[in-house]
Design a binder for this molecule. Structure first.
Ligand code: S3P
Length: 441
């Protein structure tokens, strides 16, 4: 797809699709709950559809309509063996979270996904789940998918008359080397099937949607500092979930409004959970005019309208505990930093290397091709802002966040920018181009 520099400011009002992380969890936890879970504003993106199709294969009835989805949960022990390989598509969240659940089931299953998933690190979940007693094999021996999960190590409960089974998983206290909500959630979900409490301590707190939603469904789960602890075998009950707009999707429009002179956008109903709102803190520190209006909370998840106006930005340093709160926004933050005054340093962000693409290399190489003064470092990048961007040919590497970040960069680039492989925006934001076009008119 080809783009040229925008000639008009972006003005008006928009909503962004439902939060991807919360949508995945609504399906998964709804499946493990008793009764029906109703979800509104569910993200109909390819990643969340992968989660739906995996749970259908595990025997869960799901009615998916544009207005709402209904998940007819069968309780913690209601999943049934899949007839075929579970296809997790491009979705790291599906792959890692479902692994924790499957580790606790009395049947074996095999998981696989696309080429990107087959190169993403799964050892980070295989190791702790194995410590819990799970039997997980990376079938190619490279620590990646396909994964065979022999979740069949079950023992009968004390009462011989009872048909109940209890997992042989052991509760553990795991100190995770990475601040990753996918790792944390995978272990906590396996903890539902363990013999004792399970806890995960992270270097920094990662997004806490699992903790909030499981608590809402009735699980005994508590957090203290960077540790989350869950007790096994709760009775989960279905709930009504209204998914807020995804701040990771709003990020593209926040960046566009800040960069394009004369712009003013009101983005309605965006999730502003403090474990996800790092972009708001960063752009404010850079000098952005951004207002948070009409705050509400639903199921423990805060949301608000964001009013964003064109602003002159300055470079800053971004690192430490802030990184997990904006990890998916770093590509578009790098674009913003190219247009800011002064130096921006992004550090402690080595996790970018193991996302849908190596986002340090891809962002740095492509922004250099557009004329930016940017260098890769071991754990992030350093950007000298204030140099004009020009068009270039950009390969999305089939990474949705790369495609959208460079579309935003193209709005400020002289000449023509061609982005290859834009269809991957379907992963998290199927209507991205339609929404952008409507604002440009
Ligand atoms: C997610 C967690 C993050 C994030 C991903 C979604 C989740 O990954 O990058 O897009 O829903 O838990 P990590 O947990 O690997 O950091």
């Amino acid at each position: 797809m080809k783009f040229t520099k925008t000639t008009a400011p972006l003005r008006g009002e928009l909503t962004v699709p439902g939060d991807k992380s919360i949508s995945h969890r609504a399906v998964m936890f709804g499946a493990l709950a008793q009764g029906t879970t109703e979800v509104t504003n569910f993200l109909q993106g390819a990643d969340c559809l992968s989660t739906i199709s995996c749970f259908c294969q595990l025997g869960i009835a799901i009615d998916n309509t544009p207005e709402r989805i209904l998940i007819h949960g069968k309780g913690l022990h209601g999943l049934t063996a899949p007839a075929d390989i579970l296809d997790t598509g491009n979705s790291g969240t599906t792959t890692r979270l479902i692994s924790g659940i499957l580790a606790g089931q009395p049947f074996a299953s095999t998981l696989n996904g696309d080429a990107s998933i087959q190169s993403r690190p799964m050892k980070r979940i295989i190791d702790p789940l194995t410590q819990m007693g799970a039997d997980i094999v990376s079938l190619r021996g490279n620590g990646c998918a396909p994964l065979l999960i022999n979740g069949n190590k079950f023992i009968e409960t004390a009462s011989p008359s009872s048909k109940d089974t209890m997992a042989a998983l052991k509760g553990i206290h795991y100190r995770s080397p990475v601040a990753s909500a996918q790792v944390k959630s995978s272990i906590l979900l396996a903890g539902l099937y363990a013999d004792d409490e399970t806890s995960v301590t992270e270097p920094y707190v990662s997004r806490n949607h699992t903790e909030l939603m499981l608590r809402g469904f009735g699980a005994d789960i508590r957090t203290e500092g960077t540790t989350a602890t869950i007790l096994p075998h709760p009775k989960l009950h279905g709930d009504l979930i209204s998914v807020p707009g995804d701040i990771s999707s709003a990020a593209y429009f926040i960046a566009a409004a800040l960069m394009v002179p004369g712009s003013e956008l009101l983005i309605r109903n965006v999730g502003i959970n403090p474990t996800r709102d790092g972009i708001l803190r960063v752009v404010r520190d850079m000098g952005a005019k951004i207002m948070v209006l009409n705050e509400t909370t639903n199921g423990g998840e805060p949301a608000a309208d964001l009013l964003v106006k064109h602003s002159f930005l300055k470079g800053i340093t971004i690192g430490g505990a802030l990184i997990p709160t904006l990890i998916d926004e770093l590509p578009v933050i790098a674009v913003l930093a190219c247009l800011a005054d002064g130096t921006t340093v992004i550090k402690d962000a080595q996790e970018l290397k193991v996302k849908e693409s190596n986002r340090i290399d891809v962002v740095v190489n492509h922004l250099q091709a557009m004329g930016a003064h940017i260098e890769a470092t071991e754990d992030g990048m350093i950007i000298e802002g204030g140099y004009p961007l020009h068009g270039a040919v950009i390969d999305s590497h089939l990474d949705h966040r790369i495609a959208m970040s460079f579309t935003i960069a193209s709005l400020m680039a002289d000449g023509e920018t061609e982005i290859l492989g834009v269809d991957c925006v379907n992963i998290s934001y199927p209507d991205f181009y339609k929404t952008l076009e409507a604002l440009e008119r």
